[in-house]
Design a protein around this ligand. Structure first.
Ligand code: NAP
Length: 282
C-alpha cells in the first residue's frame, strides 16, 4: 500500500500551530457563521467548525435563519456582519434553501471577510495567481501536498468535478503550482482514459466508489474529496479505497482525509483575515 495521508493528524498539527500564533501575537480572531434551516448535516458541520474554533482560540458566533428566510433577509444580515468591526470572517453554511442564490451570497460577503474564498473578486485573484483567500478544501489539499513533500510541478493532475467550491478552485491551485490540469465532469467522455494518464487524481464528484482500481495508473497520488453516505449510513468516499490503495503512491482516506484539513484551513483563513484587517487599521 502507498503512503496513507493522515488528514486528521495533519489538521491537528496545523490547528496547534494556529493556536500558538494566536496566543503569541495576541490576536482576537472572530468567525460569524450563518446557518439556514434545520438540515442535520449542515448543523453537524457547523458544530465541527465551532468546536475547532473554540479549541484554537477563534471566537465563533452562530446566526440562525429559518428554512424559508428570504434572500433579502440573508443579504441584510451579511451586510450587518460586513460592517461589524469585531467580526473578521463570514461563512454561510452550504447547501442553501432553494430561494437563496449562491451567487448573490458570494457577492454580498465583503472580500476581506470572505474566508471561504467564494466572492468573485477573490475567485479572480486566485485565478490570476494573486494572494487571496483560497477556498478551504483545495487549500487543505495543497497543504497536504506540501507537508507530504508531493511535488506537483510538471505532473498531470486530473480533477473529477467542476464545482465552484472544489473542482474549479482546485484546478487554479494546481495550475498556479505548475501542474498540467484536466477537469472532468458529468459530460466528459472516456473519463477512464483521462484518469489512466493522471499522476494525481482529485476525486470530487460525490459518487460512492466512482474511482476504481482499473482507472488508476500505478504510483498515482489519489485524493478523495467525496463524502457520501452509503446504504448503511456509513460515510464513504468517491474512491474505492480498498482496491485502489495498493496502486497509489499516496492516498487519502475518506473520512479522515480532506474533511479535517478543510476545517483547519478555514481557521487559517480567519486568522489571515484578522491579521490583514488589523494591519489595515494601523
Ligand atoms: P457538486 O457541486 O455536486 O459537484 C459535483 C461535480 O461532480 C460536478 O461538477 C459534476 O458534473 C461532477 N460529476 C457528478 N457525477 C459525475 C460523473 N458520473 N462523472 C463525472 N463527473 C461527475 O459537489 P461538490 O460540492 O464539488 O462536492 C463533491 C463531493 O465532495 C461531495 O461528495 C461533497 O460532499 C464532498 N465535499 C467534501 C468536502 C470536505 O471537506 N471533505 C468539502 C466539499 C465537498 P457536472 O458539473 O457536469 O454536473
Amino acid at each position: 500500500m502507498g503512503v496513507l495521508i493522515n488528514g486528521k493528524e495533519l489538521a491537528k498539527k496545523l490547528r496547534l500551530n494556529l493556536k500558538e500564533k494566536i496566543e503569541e501575537e495576541g490576536l482576537k480572531p472572530k468567525l460569524a457563521v450563518i446557518l439556514l434551516g434545520n438540515d442535520e448535516a449542515s448543523k453537524l458541520y457547523v458544530k465541527i467548525k465551532s468546536k475547532a474554533c473554540n479549541e484554537v482560540g477563534v471566537e465563533f458566533e452562530e446566526f440562525n435563519l429559518s428554512e424559508d428566510a428570504t434572500e433579502n433577509e440573508l443579504l441584510e444580515l451579511i451586510e450587518k456582519l460586513n460592517n461589524d468591526k469585531s467580526i473578521n470572517g463570514i461563512l454561510v453554511q452550504y447547501p442553501f434553501p432553494k430561494q437563496i442564490r449562491l451567487r448573490k451570497v458570494a457577492e454580498q460577503i465583503a472580500p476581506e471577510k470572505d474566508v471561504d474564498g467564494f466572492n468573485p473578486y477573490n475567485v479572480g485573484k486566485l485565478i490570476s495567481g494573486y494572494d487571496t483567500f483560497i477556498p478551504c478544501t483545495p487549500y487543505g489539499i495543497m497543504k497536504m501536498f506540501e507537508e507530504y513533500k508531493i511535488d506537483v510541478e510538471g505532473k498531470k493532475a486530473v480533477i473529477i468535478g467542476r464545482s465552484n467550491i472544489v473542482g474549479k478552485p482546485m484546478a487554479s491551485c494546481l495550475l498556479n503550482a505548475n501542474a498540467t490540469v484536466t477537469i472532468c465532469h458529468s459530460k466528459t467522455k472516456n473519463i477512464k482514459d483521462e484518469l489512466l494518464q493522471a499522476d494525481i487524481i482529485i476525486a470530487a464528484c460525490g459518487k460512492k466508489h466512482f474511482v476504481k482500481s482499473d482507472m488508476v495508473k500505478e504510483g498515482a497520488v489519489i485524493i478523495d474529496v467525496g463524502t457520501n453516505v452509503d446504504e448503511n449510513g456509513k460515510v464513504c468516499g468517491d474512491v474505492d479505497f480498498e482496491n485502489v490503495k495498493d496502486k497509489a503512491s499516496f492516498i487519502t482516506p475518506s473520512p479522515g482525509g480532506v474533511g479535517p484539513m478543510t476545517v483547519a484551513m478555514l481557521i487559517n483563513n480567519v486568522v489571515k483575515a484578522c491579521e490583514e484587517q488589523a494591519n489595515k487599521a494601523i
